[in-house]
Design a protein around this ligand. Structure first.
Ligand SMILES: [Zn+2]
Length: 345
């Protein structure tokens, strides 16, 4: 996915000193600290008020808006903080692009976040920067006064490390011609993350996979449209597996989904069911038993939540390994205990 960059520069004044920026050596990531204030609202403020502080680019769910040319200085980090000099040997205002995330109010977080991630990747490419070292949070440079951009990211379930990882993925995918992990959905190359408002066969594929993973979509099913129901389903799935709960299908969520469908899920998240299960039973508990049974050569492709002959056979094979277990193909408390020991080993 490519996003458009809007260049609508403010006049030269306090906020835009009109001084040439030297070589760009890093990016400083900010949020506006002003929930609900859009990219253009920020532009208007800097244009009209001309405070002695600014940033190059403001991003919301509609615009990637450059208000100061990237070839010029913007004052987005206090010059007397030491961390920029320690890391890069230079003041941020003399060698960094400042990027601000607008958030809150009516700004759709996922739309703004996608653009924010993409734009960081774009800058990495433009200036030949290293995603692992050359993006720094304003809070890292000025920890006594600033909490951005984590202030905007973390309430939406995204840590700084996840953000950097998302930028790396985007950079590799969009600017380095390498597909990152999990960028093929249903045999189709797609741009991650996939979220609210996306449509198409890849959305349908994700919806089908969510349902196969036991997350229901009761009203709309696999309709190929990523709406609120799908978002809630993704969030439920993410919560179940200890992922960042953002309702977006990014590399981590996609990988977890594939793992669940291939039977490689983390069983600690879903303990083996108590009770008795046998041929004819169905449901998520059976699926969990089947997942555990892959350790005794149960084919992961057979994980379907239906206790049929193959499942019974796998249970029987497992039981036959232990003289203490009845060899009856029925899952009960004793089989559960031995399966759990098997899983712990
Ligand atoms: Zn900042």
């Amino acid at each position: 996915m490519n996003f458009e960059i809007t260049r609508d520069y403010i006049d030269v004044g306090n906020s835009r000193p009109g001084v040439n920026l030297g070589d760009v050596e890093f990016i400083v990531s900010h949020d506006t600290g002003n929930p609900g204030s859009t990219a253009y609202a920020n532009r208007n403020y800097f244009q009209n008020t001309q405070p002695l502080a600014s940033a190059h680019t403001f991003i919301d769910d509609q615009y990637i808006l450059e208000i100061i040319p990237l070839s010029e200085v913007a004052y987005h980090v206090r010059s007397n903080v030491p961390e920029d000099n320690r890391r890069f040997g230079v003041d941020a205002n003399d060698a960094a692009i400042g990027v601000e995330l607008a958030y809150g109010g009516n700004i759709d977080f996922s739309g703004a976040y996608k653009r924010y991630v993409w734009y960081h990747a774009y800058l990495l490419d433009k200036y030949g920067l290293d995603p692992s070292t050359d993006i720094v949070a304003h809070s890292t440079l000025d920890p006594s006064r600033r909490t951005d951009p984590q202030n905007a990211l973390e309430p939406n379930g995204i840590s700084w490390d996840e953000f950097i990882n998302d930028v790396k993925q985007e950079y590799l995918r969009e600017f380095q011609g390498e597909a990152g992990d999990g960028t093929e959905v249903g045999g189709e190359a797609v741009d991650l993350p996939i979220g609210m408002g996306d449509e198409g066969s890849f959305v349908r594929e994700i919806q089908q996979n969510l349902m196969r993973a036991g997350v229901s979509l009761p009203n709309y099913g696999a309709d190929g449209i990523f709406g609120e129901e799908t978002e809630r389903a993704v969030m439920r799935f993410q919560r179940s597996y200890g992922l960042a709960v953002d309702g977006l299908v990014g590399p981590n969520t996609l990988e977890q989904l594939n793992q669940v469908l291939n039977g490689g899920s983390n069983l600690n998240d879903f303990p083996l069911p108590s009770g008795i299960f046998q041929q004819g039973d169905e449901g998520p508990e059976v699926k969990q038993i089947q997942r555990a049974l892959r350790h005794v050569n149960f084919d992961p492709k057979g994980i379907d939540g239906i206790y049929g002959p193959n499942t019974e056979d796998a249970v029987r094979r497992f039981q036959s390994m232990y003289s203490a277990l009845a060899n009856d193909g029925i899952y009960g408390p004793n089989t559960r205990r031995y399966l759990n020991m098997e899983l712990d080993s």
